[in-house]
Design a protein around this ligand. Structure first.
Ligand code: PEP
Ligand code: MN
Length: 337
């Protein structure tokens, strides 16, 4: 249920409403909108007499939140959520560009790519230290050593860091080095991982599972939100379809659909979305034109020798050119870079 409290309700009266509903076994989540306190009361509310609640002096209205993703819904929080990371305000008018290698491979590689993407205009350096590879014989990432390298490379160029975490027991470690903790497509429904990243109190980049519906994706976001972390950035990275000419099918429909349903920022990863270098820029441009809040792009200075995802990685010069195009499109759709 969504309770709107009367404007001017005192803090003790807000606490009193929340406490009374908690006694009925509900969990309470607060947001303030337009000078009004809104409380989402979630859980089994069948034993509550809602008509009586509506008569409480502090309560202006109490209505059901129809969406199953209560806290991620626009009903709970009508205004866009803006997440501050380093120099970026993700979900604001300003677009965010996250770029870097698929995997951190070493000091020289990370520093070379960090310098290139920073110069081109990215503000967040990406790079995996824990890699979810299809084959157990492929490069699995450098682990903590990779995180240290990534952090140093980012700091040298004034960039923030996003990096993936695969295991709940590594969340604390990844959160120590990264500004944004990434949950990968393969782990979108790993609920123990979602609970753990919620506790980390760092922004979470939640990739859409490759076979997940938009509703399932938002329900995963709900796991993070309901466990106390409101800083979720959604990332569309392509879904599995019958099409085989591209690695995945980038679902650009998801951008306006999510933006109607949810207040959370949504960015697009055209690298995994296409799997092919020459398809990355067209889909990146389309994503921004469609209203995405930013991009996550794989860039490598020597993609032929990359330890993962070389074929979909842009050369630094291609990324630089793409940023210029994105800047032009941003102006058309009322965004800045
Ligand atoms: C990645 O970002 O390198 C990655 C593994 O992405 P996804 O989880 O979308 O496959
Ligand atoms: Mn990758």
């Amino acid at each position: 249920m969504l309770l709107r409290l009367r404007r001017g309700t005192s803090e003790p009266a807000v606490s009193d409403v929340a406490a009374r509903l908690r006694l009925a076994g509900l969990a309470l989540h607060r947001t303030d909108h337009d000078g009004q306190v809104r409380l989402a009361a979630v859980g089994d509310g069948t034993a509550v007499d809602w008509d009586e609640v509506r008569r409480w002096p502090a309560v202006e209205s109490a209505e059901r939140i129809e969406a199953p993703f209560k806290l991620a819904s626009r009903a709970f929080h009508p205004a866009d959520t803006v997440i501050s990371v380093g120099r970026c305000a993700i979900g604001s008018q300003q677009l965010v560009l996250m770029a870097g290698p698929c995997s951190v491979e070493g000091e020289e590689q990370a520093f070379t790519i960090a310098a290139a993407v920073a110069k081109a205009g990215a503000t967040v350096l990406r790079g995996g230290a824990y890699k979810p590879r299809t084959s157990p014989y492929s490069f699995q990432g450098l682990g903590e050593e990779g995180l240290k390298i990534l952090r140093r490379a980012a700091d040298a160029h004034g960039l923030a860091v996003v990096s993936e975490v695969m295991d709940p027991e590594h969340v604390e470690q990844v959160a120590r080095y990264a500004d944004i903790v990434q949950v990968g497509a393969r782990n979108m429904q790993s609920l123990s991982l979602l609970r753990e990243v919620a506790r980390a109190q760092k922004p979470v980049l939640l990739k859409r599972g490759m076979a997940a519906t938009i509703e399932e994706w938002l329900m995963s976001a709900e796991h993070v939100l309901s466990n106390g972390n409101r800083q979720v950035i959604l990332c569309e990275r392509g879904i599995r379809t019958f099409e085989s000419y591209t690695r995945n099918t980038l679902d650009l429909n998801a951008i306006p659909v999510v933006q109607e349903l949810s207040h959370l920022p949504v960015i697009v990863d055209p690298s995994h979305g296409t799997g092919m270098r020459d398809k990355v820029a067209p889909m990146a441009r389309a994503a921004i034109a469609a209203g995405a809040d930013g991009l996550l792009v794989e860039v490598h200075h020597d993609p032929d020798h990359a330890l993962s995802d070389g074929p979909q990685s842009l050369y630094p010069a291609q990324f630089t050119e793409l940023v210029q195009q994105i800047r032009a499109i941003a102006g058309v759709v009322g965004r800045t870079l």
